[in-house]
Design a protein. Structure first.
Length: 120
């Protein structure tokens, strides 16, 4: 936790490597101060086939899934910082966006939590 997943048109990767983009997304997420750096997870999904507004225009969309507890202002600032970074890297890409959704603590479970429960 948190998870940052970048969907994009495949041609976006002609400008920068996947590794570089993963590093840039990680850097913005870490610089926000909202997360433990070792918990930040980043993935990329390039698409060969897509439609944006019934056109074939390049796009980037970052989906962030984070644990509840951050303010609306913190999440809005994170979105603005991420989109600003991507706009600087890809001034020619007409469609760049990000949204953030919250995980509920009460319904979240992972492997470590399961293993701790077994030890108790």
């Amino acid at each position: 936790m948190p998870h940052f997943i970048m969907d994009c048109s495949e041609s976006v990767l002609d400008s920068y490597s996947e590794e570089f983009l993963i590093e840039q997304i990680h850097e913005v997420a870490n610089a926000s101060g909202l997360f433990d750096e070792n918990d930040i997870k980043v993935r990329l999904n390039p698409f060969k086939k897509f439609s944006v507004g019934n056109k074939r225009e390049d796009f980037i969309h970052v989906f962030a899934h984070i644990m509840q507890g951050r303010t609306v202002e913190q999440k809005a600032n994170l979105s603005k910082q991420m989109v600003s970074m991507l706009m600087a890297l890809f001034p020619e890409v007409p469609n760049i966006a990000m949204n953030i959704s919250d995980f509920e603590k009460a319904t979240y479970c992972n492997r470590v939590m399961m293993q701790q429960g077994e030890a108790e």
